[in-house]
Design a protein around this ligand. Structure first.
Ligand code: EPZ
Length: 445
């Protein structure tokens, strides 16, 4: 397993190209199972989670082809880091998402709705828990049952079947912690091929839901209201493959904004959409982070002294839970006491212990963390636990005194494309060390 060695003290300065959104690409790739012919996706990042989804779709009868970078056909807009990804459905016999793929990537659950709608059967291993807490799928199942699917569990799998064609209906899909992002996408995707009209009340409003709806509409679906808590879908008979560019990764964007702030640097982030981060901009302005924008570029700098704030994670358009750990790292150096409350995944605090090892002063009280700002952090050996906690540790390490070794960086490889190259290119002192202690050569992006 690889580690990062990071020497603190560099102020990040320069330009970073934001990649396409992992959390948009994954459900969009699954939705391609419903299209006849080839779909070409642009802006899909090269990440281990994307590799897992490619493997899963391959087992579900899809031919996957990644073009070389630089083969952009739409006027050079958007990240040129990677070439387009072609997904062509060639065989619809297999309907099973195996455990050893699902256990590494929870988003495999995204194939449930498309398989039921198109192939009338789906066998998906029940996703286990993960570092941020339980990851139930009861809302996915309940929503698809309301469309007429029947389910039973068998050997750790969810087995879903449809007799004939799914039938649209009006349903409520919210849960105790609010809407479900992937559950909304699963039900919306399945409803696109159902008979009649479906209305999802209590739908998730995340930009990733809208991005998938926009692609489905290009394929021939009739979806309206996406991005609001009430989505209406008029079922159609068939969907056909199209070209689509996934939206920029708002969580990567927010992570680099806070990385600039914690190092008191100045970054220019290209190909991103600040409209997807208004709640983050609101909170960070109160901290003293200066954010301006021009077209698709964000300019970030920060005042020397950071101010403490309160923040509670919320469903979109509120402050995203996926940026909670990164904000906590930033607030470790604020002038006073900050309070973070996690409403989406109340156990999502594994980064607290690791930040405290670096000299932070954070106390957990149930779903709330109290952060007493300190003057400085100190480098230490720490361990990554989940994708976003890993990013928080990288941020803290870049500003800590001395060297930090972060183990198990495979977590970060799941969701941050070329992160050490991007950070090196703006002045971070970071290197990837393999288990054998060899430093892998990483060329700046
Ligand atoms: C998506 O997960 C994201 N993953 C997560 O990002 C993100 O944290 C989450 O949305 C919330 O924004 C992808 O898009 C691949 P949910 P998802 O269903 O859809 C409860 C990252 O770091 N719930 O919106 O699985 C659930 O326990 C990842 O990139 C049920 O109770 O999350 C949670 O408390 C981590 N029953 C809340 O709803 C269900 O059937 C929101 O979960 C489903 C969810």
């Amino acid at each position: 397993m690889d580690s990062f060695l990071i020497r603190g003290g560099s102020r990040l300065k320069g330009r970073i190209e934001i990649s396409g959104s992992k959390n948009s690409a994954l459900p969009i790739m699954a939705a391609c199972l419903m299209a006849e012919g080839r779909t070409t996706l642009k802006g899909v990042p090269r990440l281990s989670d994307i590799d897992s989804m490619n493997k899963l779709l391959g087992e579900l009868g899809c031919h996957i082809f990644r073009h070389e970078p630089g083969t952009l056909t739409s006027g050079g807009m958007g990240p040129s880091l990677n070439g387009p990804l072609d997904i062509t459905v060639t065989d619809e016999h297999n309907c099973e998402a195996r455990y050893d793929i699902v256990k590494t990537m929870r988003a495999s659950i995204c194939v449930l709705g498309p398989l039921l709608a198109k192939r009338k059967r789906a066998v998906v291993s029940i996703p286990g828990g993960c570092a941020i807490g339980d990851r139930p799928v009861d809302l996915h199942v309940r929503g698809l049952q309301k469309l007429g699917a029947t389910f039973h569990t068998e050997g750790g799998n969810i087995v879903g079947e449809v007799n004939g064609r799914l039938k649209g209906c009006r349903m409520y899909l919210g849960g105790a912690q609010g809407p479900t992002v992937l559950g909304t996408i699963n039900v919306m995707s399945a409803a696109a091929l159902a008979e009649g009209e479906t209305t999802i009340v209590g739908a998730a409003c995340e930009p990733e839901v809208s991005d998938c709806a926009n692609m489905l509409n290009k394929m021939g679906a009739k979806i309206t209201g996406h991005g609001t808590p009430e989505i209406r879908i008029e079922g159609v008979e068939r969907l056909v493959g199209v070209e689509h560019r996934v939206i920029p990764d708002r969580i990567e964007t927010g992570t680099f904004i806070m990385a600039a702030a914690i190092t008191n640097g100045e970054l220019e982030l290209k190909h991103c959409n600040l409209d997807h981060l208004l709640a983050v901009e609101d909170r960070l302005q109160e901290v003293g982070v200066k954010i301006t924008r021009e077209n698709g570029t964000i300019y970030v700098s920060s005042s020397r002294r950071l101010q403490p704030i309160e923040m509670t994670t919320q469903p979109y358009p509120g402050f995203p839970t996926d940026l909670q750990a990164q904000l906590m790292a930033l607030l470790c150096l604020a002038d006073g006491i900050s309070v973070i409350t996690e409403r989406i995944f109340p156990d999502r605090f594994l980064h607290v212990g690791e930040l405290n090892r670096m000299g932070a002063r954070i106390r957990k009280e149930g779903p709330t963390a109290i952060i007493q700002g300190v003057k400085e952090l100190n480098g230490a050996p720490v361990m990554a636990s989940d994708l976003r906690a890993s990013a928080a540790l990288v941020m803290a390490a870049m500003v800590a005194k001395g060297t930090t070794r972060i183990d198990r960086v495979y977590h970060i490889d799941r969701g941050y494309e070329k992160i050490e190259q991007k950070l090196m290119s703006v002045g971070a002192d970071i290197e990837r060390v393999s288990e054998t202690g060899r430093t892998s050569v990483t060329v700046a992006a």
